[in-house]
Design a protein around this ligand. Structure first.
Ligand SMILES: Nc1ncnc2c1ncn2[C@@H]1O[C@H](COP(=O)(O)OP(=O)(O)OP(=O)(O)O)[C@@H](O)[C@H]1O
Ligand SMILES: [Mg+2]
Length: 371
């Protein structure tokens, strides 16, 4: 029976004799980023690392010589931890599962992996890894999937509502002379105006997710950026932030649908403002616009010192309906990306968590107009 536990590390003498664990491996196991617990064939705990006993919120020496049953009745172990261990025991040892997930009393998610059977010479090895971040991403992805479906559904409903509206409009126009005869022409006017309003709302909703083909006009980059600053400045100032235009070398001209490119820049500035408000410290928010020439292209930069974003967010940024905001639709950047692609350009992004984000829009310069 292996009840004599090496108290400082809770490693069985047998493990040492078998040469399974020398001091290097022991160190690795001790400092590894997951909890490790090893029970021998008699069900006695022979190894527990710092992360595992930290998770159990119990002193290591009190675990010396414990069997599974001792653990489940351990005086220093909280009731909630005992319940968690019992569930782990039931799901793995009893039901034979090799993986089990649970949420602890602090809302953290854990994945338990159990190794036993032939390869383990009768021992049971449990590893505990915190997977809260992964769970958060999974939940966001699930939410976004639902939002995407909802978005597509609303787009098709909006589209279908237009047909009966057109029919109603036609019939009201036919009835108009009769209403006039009754002295109720006002009613027809109101109905027509309301139908037109409903049509406008639907048109706006549908075109927000599908930009029309560009109407070209030539504009200088500095004029474009100045106009955009003028349009957004009051919103920026109201939020206690600054917006600045960095000096642009020479006059650069582009042939674009000015309305659409302005929409892209305003989308980016709004995102920047939202990222600044989401920053936890009280750094003054700053949005910088700039542009420079690179060969036959102009690069327009929109940068902020907002909360930044992680790699996962960056990889989904331009997907339709992808949003991390409670009230976001996730259309801003997907529409912007399509507008820029329709102009023969592209958008790239770089970001650092808690430092900020930079969007770079590359667009072809108009030949003959560049000073
Ligand atoms: N400047 C930025 N800083 C940090 N994250 C950003 C920035 N710009 C965009 N993002 C991230 O990209 C996501 C998608 O942006 P997008 O503009 O497409 O949608 P949204 O802002 O969430 O919703 P809306 O359709 O209302 O614009 C945002 O939810 C946010 O997580
Ligand atoms: Mg947005």
């Amino acid at each position: 029976m292996l009840h004599e536990i090496h108290e400082s590390r809770l490693l069985s003498p047998r493990s040492f004799q078998a040469g399974l664990l020398d001091s290097t491996y022991e160190n690795v196991l001790e400092h590894i980023d997951c909890g490790v617990m090893l029970f021998d064939e008699e069900g006695v705990l022979t190894f527990v690392n710092a992360r595992a006993y930290g998770m159990l919120e119990i002193q290591r020496y009190t675990l010396a010589g414990c069997t599974v049953v001792d653990l489940l009745t351990h005086l220093s172990l909280s009731r909630i931890k005992k319940r968690q261990l019992l569930h782990i025991y039931r799901e793995t040892v009893y039901k034979g599962k090799t993986m089990y997930e649970f949420m602890d009393e602090y809302g953290r998610y854990w994945e338990v992996n159990a190794s036993f059977g032939a390869g383990m010479n009768g021992s049971y090895l449990f590893t505990f890894k915190e997977i809260s971040d992964y769970k958060k991403i999974e939940q966001t992805a699930y939410q976004n999937d639902n939002l995407a479906m909802l978005g597509k559904l609303s787009a098709s409903i909006a589209h279908e509502i237009r047909n009966p509206l057109t029919a109603i409009r036609g019939f009201i126009q036919l009835l108009r002379p009769h209403l006039q005869g009754l002295g109720k022409e006002e009613y027809a006017k109101i109905i027509l105006a309301e139908i037109d309003r409903a049509n406008d709302i639907i048109h706006e909703f549908l075109s927000s997710s599908k930009p029309s083909s560009p109407q070209a006009g030539i504009i200088s980059i500095s004029a474009l950026l100045k106009e955009v600053i003028l349009l957004t400045e009051s919103e920026v100032l109201m939020k206690g932030c600054q917006i600045v235009l960095n000096a642009i070398a020479g006059e650069l001209y582009i042939s674009v649908d000015v309305k659409q490119i302005k929409q892209v820049l305003i989308n980016m500035i709004r995102n920047a403002l939202e990222a600044i408000s989401d920053r936890l410290d009280d750094t003054t928010g700053r949005i910088e616009l700039g542009a420079y020439r690179e060969g036959g292209e102009v690069r327009i930069i929109v940068s902020d010192n907002g909360k930044g974003m992680d790699v996962c967010t960056m990889s989904h940024l331009f997907n339709q309906f992808f949003t991390t905001k409670e009230n976001g639709t996730g259309l801003g950047l997907s529409v912007s990306d399509r507008i820029i692609k329709n102009h023969g350009g592209r958008i790239s992004v770089s970001s650092r968590i808690n430092e900020g984000t930079s969007f770079v829009i590359s667009l072809p310069l108009t030949p003959g107009f560049t000073a």
